[in-house]
Design a protein around this ligand. Structure first.
Ligand code: NAD
Length: 272
């Protein structure tokens, strides 16, 4: 880990799906900034414990704990927030990041696979955002640590704007996040809640391992990325830490694309 900054000292953050990939990098980046971190995990307790341990070891101002919870289950999300509040006093930053893919051509997609993806990727993010806002409103401002009442950063995807054949459940869940995020901003910005999304492009994590582990499909992927490299989880971690900090205070109700230019549709380059 690099030398810690303290842009988030005195604050507490819940990162869901924090035991791997983007969530792990986000948890580390937030911890490096001095915040307490709840590293949520679904099944990989060992990795979550390791990440929490790593954060605690290097965090000059805060601490980290692993916490098991299925984000698609209301009672478990409510319990996670309650335990986090009991342990750290409050929650200042919520980063609902957990997400899954279950890929099928639409005509072959079983309802349960549609529902599963919506439950985790969209309902899970709703449940976390709702509990975060309840806590922000209950607790009131903390001007000593942040100009905002609280911050929510949804982990979306370029597929909130790029259609994705064979992945309609995933694309629909991310498209739904845009309206969830903006509706939250519209309603709670007057109370100084900031709600934004990060939309990663192709980032090297377990979710897309079959693409980057095969040299041929990796080469094909570069056709979609003007910047000609696959992203790494730290590309997202650093943006999340900044977006959670007061340096980005006036950013509200928007999506930050972190995609090497993927949403500039490079397929059109030679078709002018
Ligand atoms: P990942 O598979 O490493 O991470 C997903 C995490 O979510 C895992 O830790 C998993 O255990 C957790 N999870 C799954 N179901 C859960 C549940 N019910 N409750 C709690 N946790 C659960 O993949 P990743 O790439 O790090 O994905 C993180 C987020 O980034 C996802 O929302 C994904 O859609 C988004 N994203 C990833 C990419 C990419 O290229 N990797 C691109 C765009 C968006």
């Amino acid at each position: 880990m690099q030398k810690p900054n303290t842009r988030l000292a005195g604050q507490t953050c819940i990162v869901t799906g924090g035991s791997s990939g983007i969530g792990a990098a986000v948890a580390m980046a937030i911890g490096q900034e001095g915040a307490n971190v709840v590293v949520n995990y679904h099944s990989d307790a060992e990795s979550a414990e390791q990440i929490a341990h790593e954060i605690s070891k290097h965090n000059l101002c805060g601490d980290a704990i692993p916490f098991k919870c299925d984000v698609s289950k209301e009672d478990q999300v409510v319990d996670m927030f309650q335990k986090a509040i009991n342990h750290f006093g409050t929650v200042d930053i919520c980063i609902p990041n957990a997400g899954i893919q279950r890929d099928f051509p639409l005509h072959e997609m079983p309802l349960k696979e549609w529902q599963f993806v919506i439950d985790v990727n969209l309902t899970g993010q709703f449940l976390c955002a709702r509990e975060a806002i309840r806590e922000f409103l209950r607790r009131g401002p903390r001007p000593d640590v942040s100009a905002s009442l609280g911050k929510i950063i949804h982990m979306s995807s370029v597929h909130e704007v790029i259609p994705w054949a064979g992945h309609a459940n995933y694309a629909a869940s991310k498209g739904g996040l845009v309206m969830l995020m903006q509706s939250i901003c519209q309603q709670y910005a007057p109370q100084k809640v900031r709600c934004n999304s990060i939309a990663p492009g192709a980032i090297k994590t377990p979710i897309n391992q079959e693409v980057w582990s095969d040299p041929e499909s990796l080469e094909k992927l570069y056709d979609l990325i003007p910047y000609k490299r696959i992203g790494i989880p730290d590309d997202i971690g650093s943006v999340a830490a900044w977006l959670a900090s007061d340096e980005s205070e006036y950013i509200n109700g928007t999506t930050i694309f972190v995609d090497g230019g993927m949403t500039c549709y490079p397929g059109f380059t030679e078709n002018g």
